[in-house]
Design a protein around this ligand. Structure first.
Ligand code: GCO
Length: 458
């Protein structure tokens, strides 16, 4: 198995590079009925004050180094209370969709107790979106869950999946009259990596066998939720999928085994395992965990792709750090430990297209506090998206991460992903200059189709 994985190395880390000098970034074209939106998650925009029963609220209490510099989420950007204001921003930008999460700890703060007010809040959010012709896309699990679920061992135990299924069914019953796009889980691999290998997310464990088991259980939970929701009222009319973080690690010096081995390890376990699960119905980790779940192949109506970049790993030759993130000559780093790499976005789209289902880009964006790379990032990534679509990938929508700066988990407030920045005192939202590239692209697309519709109806 191990040696077979080594032979896989070239396919796992193969990368392409385009000559951007010869590319006209304005030459983009998108399908007429395309969803343009932004994405967020409840904890990141509403914080521990609004969600005190969430396992992240507990985790934050650990301070530094659990969260950089001991920062806290507080009331974050008051996303819960300011939803009307933020939906007005989406509308003003010309967007027609919004991906957000329904926080489990708000809905079921105690085991078996479902909070009426919380579900009504989400119903109001959906109604407000619909009123503004903005299509809601709901994520049922975006890294957070109630403390009581964490105490039971969360997804470490297969039997706990039933709790998640029960929550999912409750939310679907209440909201599916107004919502037809559903994501069961956000990035199970990131939970496995951050929560169970690096120990930087709750529960802060470090065990690769356990990490693979958690991933296995989360994928299994996705299949279980999919099957249940599809049988419910509105199930057939809904599109239900999963969100995967497409993460291929690349060694800086190609075949240097010290760099290549960890890249192979992470790419195989945190990425390829998920792609294979949905392609073949087989779960297989490098640690000899195997499970056949044939229904997995038909357990999604769309595939949610989160793509930011591909991390490049190089030797550091310093006493402090032996291996670390870097980029290739000529590349531009984002504020996160990876470069801007639009070619990888194209490759990822082509790869996801081979799953045979429609693809939604459920997240893509850049952390850029100085706002000196955002504009070009947006233009290049939208070009890559348009090229993948014209090369045959059935992409139905694109959700920029994120509308407004928000609490970036263990990074705290240091990563500025927002199209809008937010003053954490006044909570005022201010549009960044670089974000205008997104608004312009969306409006150009909207106008050209309105024009076309006008001509057809003449
Ligand atoms: C993730 C999450 C988001 C992040 C975003 C920026 O990918 O970790 O889905 O919650 O905030 O991706 O890193």
């Amino acid at each position: 198995m191990f040696w077979r994985s080594i032979l896989l190395l070239p396919t796992l880390v193969s990368a392409s590079n385009w000559n951007w000098e010869q590319i006209d970034l304005e030459r983009v074209d998108f399908p007429e009925t395309f969803l343009w939106g932004t994405a967020s998650s409840e904890y990141q925009i509403s914080g521990a004050e609004k969600l005190p029963n969430c396992q992240w609220a507990e985790w934050e209490k650990k301070g530094d180094p659990a969260i950089k510099g001991g920062q806290t989420s507080g009331s974050a950007i008051e996303g819960w209370d300011r939803y009307k204001e933020d939906i007005a921003l989406l509308k003003e930008m010309g967007l027609n969709s919004y991906r957000f999460s329904v926080d489990w700890s708000a809905i079921e703060p105690e085991e078996g107790y479902f909070d009426k007010e919380a579900i009504e809040h989400y119903l109001d959010v959906c109604k407000e979106l619909k009123k503004n012709n903005i299509e809601p896309m709901i994520t049922l699990h975006h890294f957070t869950h109630p403390i009581w679920f964490e105490e039971k061992g969360a997804f470490e135990k297969r039997e706990n999946i039933d709790y998640f299924v029960r929550f999912a069914k409750f939310v679907f019953t209440e909201l599916s009259n107004d919502v037809s796009l559903w994501c069961t889980m956000n990035e199970p691999t990131v939970i496995a990596l951050m929560g169970y290998i690096l120990g930087e997310f709750p529960p802060g464990k470090r065990g690769i066998f356990l990490a693979a088991e958690v991933l296995n259980n989360m994928l299994f939970a996705h299949v279980a939720v999919y099957k249940e929701l599809k049988q419910m009222k509105n199930g057939d009319a809904s599109q239900i999928g999963i969100v995967h973080s497409y993460l291929k690690f690349e060694p800086y010096s190609g075949w240097n085994p010290i760099e290549a081995m960890p890249c192979l390890f992470f790419t195989k376990n945190l990425h390829q395992t998920v792609m294979d699960f949905f392609k073949t119905g087989e779960f297989s980790s490098m640690f000899f965990q195997r499970e056949s779940v044939p229904e997995a192949k038909e357990s999604f109506d769309f595939f949610g792709l989160n793509y930011y970049s591909r991390p490049v790993i190089g030797m550091k030759f310093s006493l402090k750090e032996f291996l670390g993130p870097t980029c290739f000559p000529g590349e531009v780093m984002t504020d996160m430990p990876y470069p801007s790499y639009a070619e990888g976005f194209y490759d990822a789209l082509i790869d996801c297209g081979t799953l045979g289902k429609p693809v939604y880009v459920t997240e893509n964006g850049i952390a850029d506090e100085k706002d000196d790379r955002r504009e070009l990032f947006i233009k290049k990534y939208l070009y890559a998206l348009s090229r993948a679509i014209s090369d045959g990938v059935d992409v139905r929508g694109y959700f920029y991460w994120s509308l407004i700066d928000n609490f970036e988990w263990a990074e705290g407030w240091s990563m500025k992903f927002g199209l809008y920045e937010c003053d954490l005192e006044s909570k005022e939202r201010v549009l960044r200059d670089g974000s205008k590239a997104y608004i312009e692209a969306v409006n150009r697309h909207n106008q050209s189709h309105e024009l076309l519709e006008g001509l057809i109806s003449c």
